[in-house]
Ligand binder design. Structure first.
Ligand SMILES: [Zn+2]
Length: 508
């Protein structure tokens, strides 16, 4: 007898606590780094293949925003390398054309017989390829530029001009003066303007070339000091690294063309997967309440009462239910990484690196994609994660006409049971680990200092608290989402490189 599709009852058991968990805090923990490959025989080859996949994904996500999040996987076929692309929304034709162009350069380099010729061709190609990568990604680069020019550079210049950071140290003051000059020269021109394409090209290169300069050293040093002020420098440092990243990625793509010539010799074929339509979250309005969720989470009334008492100590359940009600109208979609896993799974495709079932993505995985891949029996490489929970997430769709649909339903049901467990455990841990009640009606001006301190010590609460209690988070300096999307901010300041959280691409 055919396995039935996942029952609504099971989906309800998944989405009900998911909405509650999201209300408790959308960021579900510290960032997680990508699983490293344990094969020590040829670690450089694995690393290069991964950085190639990540680089492709990153340069295809040319606009900021969830729609353009792009995932990439390489399939090995006897004829060529198939470059599979998926995005949260349809992969655009212009992305495919751009990538065809990039990959034709990579192929031209990699098919040359000896390494020296490949290196020479790589050197000849580098400048032009960098320019094309920057030009295609101009919409995203422009946003980073605006964030620096309009907000972060002026804020940091102000702090430097106040002279608080140098503490009278003459050498430190000289470093700060140079940093201030560099920022003014490159980002603060006096008149707000949109840089033309030539300027954007130059800025990206300048940021890359200065990554190890005294200017960046001073910035890193300032990012490591103080509290609130530190974050301003940290955010500026992050954005400058992101600007320079396009040069770094191009360099890595060329390195891959030179060193992975065996892999790429036969050329590439680009294939884009369709993105399924958004769907309604499978929950009725009366199911999106705290009471209904708790009722289904615990079988005994004693456990239900205990949990509710604990919850009431921290939150007002009726306000939480209000938030759940708002969320239950969210539309769901299948995230880009899952579309690729689903395709490889259904079609039995071979990864280029048979020992490393690696999906590259322009962003670290979300909380649920990370949990899904971790729980998947196919042993796909567990990606880095920013641990942000999106309730508008769903499992890959199953075509009822597919002869293998029964097995697919069965496999999905096993995964979703694990996810239900995962989410429930997180809720219980969250509720048990909190020690105090949140301030309920924080005034956005009066008493901001005390409110901001309370919330700042619980950054995961900030987003929910702001929507529930009308806290003006924009006034809270410490809130990192104030100016930069928290998913995109990654700081690894002890490490002199940009972290590999954002698509696994390092800047060195
Ligand atoms: Zn995801």
């Amino acid at each position: 007898m055919a396995q039935a599709p996942i029952k609504r009852k099971v989906l309800r058991r998944f989405y009900e606590p998911l909405l509650l968990l999201s209300a408790l805090g959308q960021i579900r923990g510290e960032r997680i780094k990508s699983e490293s490959n344990t094969d020590t025989l040829s670690p450089n080859v694995h690393k290069l293949r991964r950085s190639f996949v990540d680089g492709i994904a990153y340069i295809c996500a040319y606009e900021k925003g969830p729609s353009r999040v792009t995932a990439v996987a390489l399939e090995k076929t006897p004829q060529e390398i198939r470059v599979w692309l998926a995005a949260n929304e349809k992969v655009q034709e212009k992305v495919i054309q751009f990538l065809e162009n990039v990959l034709s350069d990579i192929h031209r380099i990699s098919k040359l017989n000896d390494r020296e010729s490949r290196q020479q061709e790589g050197e000849r190609t580098k400048e032009d390829l960098t320019s094309r990568v920057i030009a295609f990604n101009a919409p995203r680069i422009q946003i980073y530029y605006d964030q620096v020019a309009q907000k972060h550079a002026p804020a940091c210049l102000e702090i430097i001009s106040e002279g608080h950071e140098g503490s009278g140290d003459r050498i430190a003051r000289i470093g700060e003066t140079h940093l201030a000059e560099w920022l003014r020269e490159n980002f603060v021109t006096g008149t707000p303007s949109t840089p033309n394409s030539t300027k954007l090209q130059a800025l990206v290169r300048t940021c890359y070339e200065n990554r190890r300069s005294p200017v960046f050293d001073t910035l890193k040093h300032l990012a490591g000091q103080g509290e609130t002020r530190r974050l301003k420098f940290e955010q500026l440092y992050d954005l400058l690294c992101k600007l320079g990243k396009y040069v770094h990625i191009t360099k890595k793509l060329i390195e891959a063309a030179i060193s992975l010539s065996q892999d790429f010799m036969e050329g590439f074929q680009i294939e884009a997967l369709p993105s399924p339509k958004e769907q309604k979250l499978p929950l009725m309005s009366n199911e999106a309440t705290v009471e209904s969720t708790i009722h289904r989470m615990f079988s005994s009334s004693e456990e239900q009462s205990k949990f509710m008492a604990r919850l009431q100590f921290i939150w007002d359940p009726s306000e939480l239910s209000e938030l759940l009600q708002r969320q239950h109208n969210t539309k769901t979609r299948v995230h880009a990484e899952l579309l690729l896993i689903d395709h490889f799974e259904k079609n039995g495709c071979n990864f280029l690196d048979g020992n490393d079932k690696y999906i590259g993505c322009s962003k670290p995985a979300c909380y649920l994609c990370h949990a899904y891949i971790t729980s998947h029996p196919g042993r796909y490489t567990v990606p880095a994660s920013h641990q942000k929970l999106y309730v508008g997430w769903r499992l890959p769709d199953i075509d009822p006409k597919d002869p293998a649909c029964a097995a697919q339903h069965k496999s999905q049901e096993q995964i979703i049971m694990k996810l239900i467990d995962w989410v429930r455990k997180d809720i219980t841990t969250d509720i048990e680990s909190r020690t105090s009640r949140l301030p309920y009606h924080a005034d956005s001006t009066v008493g901001m200092t005390s409110t901001s301190k309370t919330l700042a010590s619980k950054p995961d609460l900030l987003s929910s608290a702001s929507s529930l209690y009308d806290v003006d988070t924009k006034a809270i300096d410490i809130n990192r989402s104030e100016t930069v999307d928290p998913q995109e901010v990654q700081t690894q300041l002890d490490d002199s490189d940009i972290s590999d959280d954002e698509g696994g691409v390092r800047l060195d």
